[in-house]
Design a binder for this molecule. Structure first.
Ligand SMILES: [Zn+2]
Length: 210
């Protein structure tokens, strides 16, 4: 029944927005058809369908003419998204054993069908936590996060947004030494997840921190 990951859902959302924008800015049938063909191509390159029924689920995308229709379409296809498997609080604590007073996020506030990675910020310690799954196994990194005054490009999702510097320290090769890796990433991880339609970028990002 599920045939999309959250990342693929965000990707389809982006394509659907392209279609709406085309209908709202153009009456030219040729332009509309060109965008429809492009979107079809993009979807085929990104998603794998098991059968024709799955393909038909996305078919209404080509006729989305308004914001209302867009919302309806997205609500209708969401049931086909395999959600990020919600970790338990105990699992999260186990990921960060050194943080004795680990402050956990309100897990019930997350929309797991739109979440490729879980992230939260602890204002008390200025730490930003990032939790993800790799082959089903839960993994986590954390670092200090400082907001920057201006917008920039996020390393994770590549959108131009309000970013901050995430500084992650890791053990050096010599005993007692540390190296630090800094990356600009979105301050708002919900919007980062929404913009994240290519999970490879996220994978590259976390692998670089190891
Ligand atoms: Zn981002």
């Amino acid at each position: 029944m599920h045939f999309m990951t959250p990342e693929q859902f965000q990707f389809v959302k982006k394509q659907a927005k392209k279609i709406v924008n085309t209908y709202t800015t153009s009456n030219d049938q040729k332009v509309i058809q060109a965008i429809q063909a492009l979107v079809q191509e993009e979807i085929n390159s990104k998603l794998t369908f098991q059968d024709i029924e799955q393909q038909l689920v996305l078919q209404p995308i080509f006729d989305i003419k308004s914001k209302d229709q867009l919302e309806q379409f997205l609500a209708g296809i969401k049931q086909y998204v395999e959600p990020f498997k919600q970790p338990s609080e105990a699992e999260l604590k186990k990921l960060f054993p050194k943080d004795k007073k680990l402050k956990l996020p309100k897990l019930e506030t997350f929309d797991w069908q739109e979440t490729s990675y879980l992230s939260w910020f602890d204002a008390g310690t200025n730490r930003k936590y990032i939790v993800y799954r790799e082959d089903g196994a839960l993994k986590g990194v954390r670092g200090t996060f400082s907001n920057s005054a201006k917008n920039g490009i996020c390393t994770v999702c590549n959108q131009h947004a309000k970013v901050g510097m995430l500084l992650v320290s890791k053990k050096g090769t010599d005993l007692g030494t540390y190296t630090k890796r800094g990356n600009y990433i979105c301050e708002d991880s919900k919007s980062c997840n929404e913009a994240l339609s290519d999970l490879n970028k996220f994978v590259d990002f976390v692998n670089n921190l190891k």
